[in-house]
Design a protein. Structure first.
Length: 500
């Protein structure tokens, strides 16, 4: 109990940022096009984290996110505490810089407010300067939307956080720093009489963490690399936030890109060197095991995965792949999740369905299980347990033209437009099945089913894949082909994720 091991959040909590208020540490992360967005995690010791809610109930404008947009939406948020309120700023590369705020981390949160409109505006971070009373904002650029990248732009901001007071100025140009590229993800601080920007460069899989300092917000800034892979197995260690404990210790939370597992979160010790620059990890290399922060002990904790769906309600760990529609999940008096078989022309491609309820694939070998009953009577109505990414696979139940319910297992490669069979369909006599996905090393997934006579394997091993910026997801869904009238529903009970 005197040490911790990285990663402290072993799943896709992408682009983390952190703030301390009193004895509480609060973390948020990118959520892209999933709803609800802006996850809110809480800890008292920086090692054990629980998910306490989301700051963004639905993405706006709502019609833009009525369908899956897996690589769009909420990117690289910054969380701060100012004027007795929590503030979260984020960039939507297609719309601009937004913010929400709340009196408590659990809310209630305001609706999104557009601070700066424009294409390619990403990774914003505010700073309220307690010494001068002025407020600032820095942000990066997405070259895919704006044709501009590898630079950071700074603004004076209205102290109420609602608007910017100037046109902005490039304060760090990565093109003028030899060897630097893909400069993004800035976090802005004031320390020891300097303005500090902690920002990554070099790309998510191969990059490093940089630090910039200047006596004035608009520069000029000098730079230094303060964290890089060196001879460790932690590739691309960067993009995160600095936090100071009540005892005066400094720590840095950042991500590591791990393929299908997404961006897992590491905790690095941090100190200030004799020359005034921050020193992260072990003299600039990430640590695997380290002494715990000097903070009160708390019971071991992690974001929830299991769910019994009491009253038909799903836990905080679940997110839809788009803004949810009315009646997708039905509340009732028992346990179990009742999902409507939503009709869609895209029923054969889970990547295009908005009504997939997802949670993060654990970053360690694990087993996900759920019990399913299909009540849909429409031919083609189906429901199942999926692994979802650029490629996907699922196992579940489908109603046949003859009225029977079959156990089916299907998949689609990243380049395929629709799914095909991965296993031989068989009759599920009672319309029920226990489904299992065993995710091994390298996110290689084996699918199993139990129709009442024991678990049996189905099909070949499936290698889970990420989206472009998002790790693979576990998903539950119910769907049906296009047509008139309701197509029935499916019930899921006793969802469990266990370590292998």
């Amino acid at each position: 109990m005197n040490t911790y091991r990285n990663p402290v959040l072993n799943a896709d909590w992408s682009d983390p940022d952190v703030v301390r208020v009193g004895d509480d540490f609060c973390l948020t992360a990118s959520s892209f096009g999933r709803a609800p967005g802006l996850p809110l995690l809480h800890s008292r010791n920086l090692v054990d984290w629980t998910l306490v809610g989301h700051a963004l109930e639905r993405l706006e404008p709502e019609e833009e996110f009525a369908r899956p947009r897996h690589d769009c939406g909420v990117r690289a948020p910054a969380v701060r505490h100012h004027d007795d309120r929590f503030w979260i700023f984020w960039g939507d590369p297609d719309q601009g810089v937004f913010q929400v705020n709340a009196p408590e981390i659990r809310g209630p949160w305001t609706r999104p407010h557009l601070v700066k409109a424009g294409k390619g505006l990403i990774d914003p971070c505010p700073l309220w300067d307690d010494e001068t009373g002025e407020a600032y904002l820095v942000h990066a650029w997405a070259g895919s939307r704006s044709g501009v990248k590898n630079r950071l732009t700074g603004h004076h901001m209205h102290p109420d956080g609602t608007s910017l007071l100037d046109e902005g100025k490039v304060i760090v140009d990565g093109d003028h720093i030899p060897g630097w590229f893909t400069l993004e993800g800035p976090k802005l601080y004031r320390h020891d009489g300097w303005f500090w920007i902690l920002a990554p460069a070099g790309g998510v899989e191969t990059g490093w963490q940089g630090a910039f300092r200047s006596r004035g917000f608009f520069g000029p800034y000098e730079e230094r690399i303060v964290l890089e892979q060196r001879d460790t197995d932690v590739n691309g260690p960067h993009q995160g936030g600095w936090v100071r404990t009540p005892a005066g210790e400094d720590w840095f939370l950042h991500f590591q890109q791990r393929g299908a597992y997404g961006r897992v979160v590491h905790l690095q010790p941090m100190r200030w060197g004799a020359d005034g620059w921050p020193v992260l990890g072990d003299a600039g290399a990430p640590v695997a095991v380290h002494r715990r922060p000097d903070l009160p002990q708390q019971p071991p904790a992690a974001p929830a995965t299991d769910d019994d769906f009491p009253g038909g309600r799903y836990g905080r760990q679940w997110q839809w792949t788009a803004n949810p529609g009315d009646g997708w999940a039905t509340h009732h008096f028992g346990d179990g999740l009742r999902l409507t078989c939503v009709r869609s022309a895209d029923v054969d491609d889970l990547r295009k369905l908005p009504n997939v309820l997802t949670q993060r694939l654990p970053g360690r070998p694990s087993v996900a299980e759920v019990e399913l009953r299909l009540d849909g009577t429409e031919p083609g109505a189906r429901a199942g347990l999926a692994v979802l990414g650029d490629a996907f696979a699922w196992i579940g139940l489908e109603r046949g033209i003859d009225g029977t319910v079959r156990l089916v297992h299907r998949f689609a490669e990243a380049v395929a437009d629709e799914e095909r069979d991965a296993g031989v369909p068989c009759v599920a006599p009672e319309g029920r099945a226990r489904l299992r996905i065993e995710a091994g090393a390298g996110a290689r997934c084996r699918f199993w089913y139990d129709l009442g006579d024991g678990h049996r394997p189905s099909g070949p091993v499936f290698a889970a894949t990420p989206w472009r910026w998002v790790g693979a997801l576990l998903g539950l869904f119910a769907a049906a082909p296009e047509g008139p009238g309701p197509a029935g529903a499916a019930s899921f009970t006793r969802f469990r994720v266990t370590a292998r």
